[in-house]
Design a protein around this ligand. Structure first.
Ligand SMILES: [Zn+2]
Ligand SMILES: [Zn+2]
Length: 442
């Protein structure tokens, strides 16, 4: 072992690291590929007369939510109540990518609506994108952990990034901390004048009171305030947080999951209305919608570790869109918008969506009152609790491998812990390593 080589580096470049990440990610992949427990809706009903029908109901062209047997049912319902409901964006469009109501005898929805708002004929619904726990995600995880080429992606990253850079990525981003809130966001155009709408997913910003900004800062190293902008509105100081940037790919942590009912996979060519997949720029004709999965850095694996904790400290978000009448180049518009926001440090024009903290509390009540496992059981079933435990066992196994590597490196554990501290890693995280070391020695 060459002297002066960091234990950090030694670990990153060791065969053990490759092996343990392989174990971990194989398990993560396995966990995600388990069959979904939820069953699809068995039948649809006519929104007007209530008759059940599987195939022959037509949907309202604007909201894609209300369903009807025929023209008569549609006209009757439109007059009775749907006119108001459709224009007031009461319900999001029905889609498998964003199921906002509990299915069958379930108590909780897959995508509870935590916020919704509309402006100028554009509606937005916001939910979380939890897998099955409510822990914040980590920058070390790729966006799509279940993707086919997942292990390839990890290997490519590890191979491309020299050990010294990997250390600096870890230091800058606190890459192993749980600090990402993942939101699922549906945006729909319901304009009656046939105008297209251009949505800029990567320009979405979380908004919070400046008094809670310390919580958002903690997810970053002290020197890196990138992506946080302070601004004044209505006499209050507010903070806006931009979409997280992936430290490896250097692009926004954002995915388009669905376009107007079509699931978008990593290996499929995005349809033409997605003009810039990496930045989430999408044009929507009236009736069309897009579902995003977007990550923001908010936590630090210390005081803030869960989706619930993060949501509770946020006021809402701002969605950037523009009516698109003149056929301007969407990429150019996206560029203009991004430079305007980031240079001047203020929130762009868009749609303000306030979080409903009552709805958030209700969804996480089991977690708050009884803990993580109770939450998983009531929302996802007993099988997922077992998967959750397996996941933690695998983390423990990885930790043990890591300890063994470090014990045989220059300076060993003491130096590793010292380096962790120096890099700004939270006290809690350092203590985890120390505890693991003690249990191993025993
Ligand atoms: Zn009917
Ligand atoms: Zn409608």
């Amino acid at each position: 072992m060459s002297s002066g080589r960091s234990p950090y580096e030694a670990f990153w470049s060791s065969g053990d690291f490759r092996r343990t990440t392989d174990v971990f990610y194989a398990m993560a992949k396995d966990k995600n590929s388990q069959p979904k427990i939820r069953k699809p809706r068995s039948a649809h009903r006519c929104t007007s007369c209530g008759k059940e029908d599987q195939e022959h109901l037509s949907t309202c062209a604007l909201c894609k939510c209300a369903r009807y047997c025929n023209k008569e049912c549609q006209v009757a319902d439109y007059k009775a109540r749907h006119k108001e409901e459709c224009a007031a964006f009461v319900y999001p469009p029905m889609t498998r990518a964003f199921v906002t109501e509990p299915v069958g005898d379930e108590k909780y929805a897959q995508r509870p609506v935590f916020a919704h708002a509309y402006r100028e004929g554009v509606g937005c619904w916001v939910s979380v994108d939890g897998e099955y726990d409510c822990d914040l995600k980590s920058l070390a995880e790729p966006m799509d952990i279940a993707s086919e080429d997942f292990l390839t992606v990890m290997r490519r990253r590890m191979a491309l990034v020299p050990a010294s850079d990997a250390v600096s990525i870890g230091d800058q981003s606190k890459a192993f901390m749980r600090n990402l809130l993942t939101l699922s966001i549906l945006v729909q155009n319901r304009r009656k004048d046939k105008t297209k709408v251009l949505v800029f997913g990567s320009q979405t910003q979380l908004v919070t009171l400046a008094t809670t900004v310390d919580v958002l800062r903690r997810g970053r190293s002290t020197s890196n305030m990138e992506g946080i902008h302070m601004f004044e509105a209505g006499g209050n100081m507010l903070a806006a947080v931009s979409v997280a940037e992936d430290p490896w790919e250097k692009r926004p942590r954002l995915q388009i999951k669905n376009f107007d009912g079509l699931d978008i996979k990593n290996d499929t060519r995005p349809p033409a209305p997605i003009t810039d997949a990496a930045n989430g720029v999408v044009s929507l004709k009236p009736g069309e919608y897009v579902v995003y999965r977007i990550q923001f850095r908010v936590g630090d694996d210390d005081g803030l570790t869960t989706d619930f904790g993060a949501l509770g400290r946020l006021a809402g978000l701002n969605l950037a869109f523009t009516l698109w009448e003149h056929g301007l180049n969407p990429t150019l518009l996206d560029y203009i918008l991004s430079t305007t926001i980031h240079k001047d440090g203020h929130v762009p024009q868009g749609l303000g969506v306030l979080l409903d903290h009552h709805a958030i509390y209700q969804h996480y009540a089991d977690f708050i009152e009884k803990g993580q496992e109770a939450f998983i059981e009531s929302h996802f079933g007993r099988k997922r609790v077992d998967a959750f435990r397996t996941h933690f066992q695998s983390m423990d196994t990885i930790g043990r491998h890591m300890m063994r590597t470090l014990e045989h490196t220059d300076g060993g554990m003491d130096r590793f812990v010292a380096e962790l501290r120096a890099s700004g890693t939270s006290q809690e995280m350092v203590e985890k390593f120390e505890r693991l070391r003690t249990t191993m020695a025993a």
